[in-house]
Design a protein around this ligand. Sequence first.
Ligand SMILES: [Zn+2]
Length: 368
Amino acid sequence: MARPKDNAKRWPELRDAIKSRLNYKEFFLRYCPAARISGMRLYSRCPIPSHNHSGLGRPSLSVDLARGLFHCFSRGEGGDAIRFYELMHNLSFAEAVRELSRDLGLSERQMPLAFRAAPDADSEALEPLDAERLAAICETFLAFCREEEQTAGLNYLMRRGIDPETAQRAGVVYFPRRAYRRVMQRLREAFALEELQRSGLFNSRAHLTFYLHRLLFPFYVNRRPRYLQARATAPGVEPRWHNMRGSVPALYNVDLLNELPSGALIYLVEGFTDTLTLLTHGFPAVGLVGAGGLKEEWIAQLARFRVVAAFDPDEAGRRAAARYAEMFRAHGSTLARIELPLDVNDFFRQRPSAALELSLLTEAALEA
Ligand SMILES: [Zn+2]
């Protein structure tokens, strides 16, 4: 599973809290004691170690003291005070924020919720929960969220062409940010903190980690939610996805396979959105998390169907489809492949005749 990237887009509230407390002049003079100050600007030789300046020539660092922004003209690198601190001490964004907030006397309780809710950078040491407890936590979390206002989540999906009935049938659930503390509190009452932490729902600060990511996509297996991933619906949040601990247990929407007769047509696509898009338009589909997400042991379940892969029209999608076709062959089965000019969701949003085009491409691929 990809680690969340450290970057300045995370924890905007905490970044603002730090900046509002920093005295930029003092801060930059600490690193550039020989600087020249002119009005609201500071000029200095650049002290950033990784720049390896020779110490000769003209000062290359310029700082806007009103906004706390620096720029090194020699290396073309700049940013805010937190970025400067990262570079001076060779730290990640998260580490720089932690140290600076400590230096500035921001206590844990004063820290913005976004910071307190952030997933632990390193939770590998915790022992994973068994599947049964994980499912129980998943189920309860979804039930609590379902009692909250769903409108914003459903609207988000509708803007992407996914109808509310399909979303509800897939068990997609949302909770608004104002319900965060309530949902967190109810989970604390329902489970031991240690279990919540082992599931990845809670972090070491005893906070629910699903704070920026509140549109939840559960993986149902035999009608029980076994795992979930959540998407951020607000713009600018990186990473876009957050998940429980553990690994993806099954194909997304795998229960559909129990309802279909042998020989039925089924689409294999990338991601939740593409799966739900096809379901919205009446095409049976199961999904992978990313093009590379198919596990060998899932092929047996698919082998009794006529499976058509429709991955993203990029190198990763093409390579995955070719590799899976080999794996299907090794199981004595076939994987038909189609390549749309766009990903499935964009294709259906942009082409009025998408359903017909997909059917024709599918027929051709199955005959090939
Ligand atoms: Zn420099």
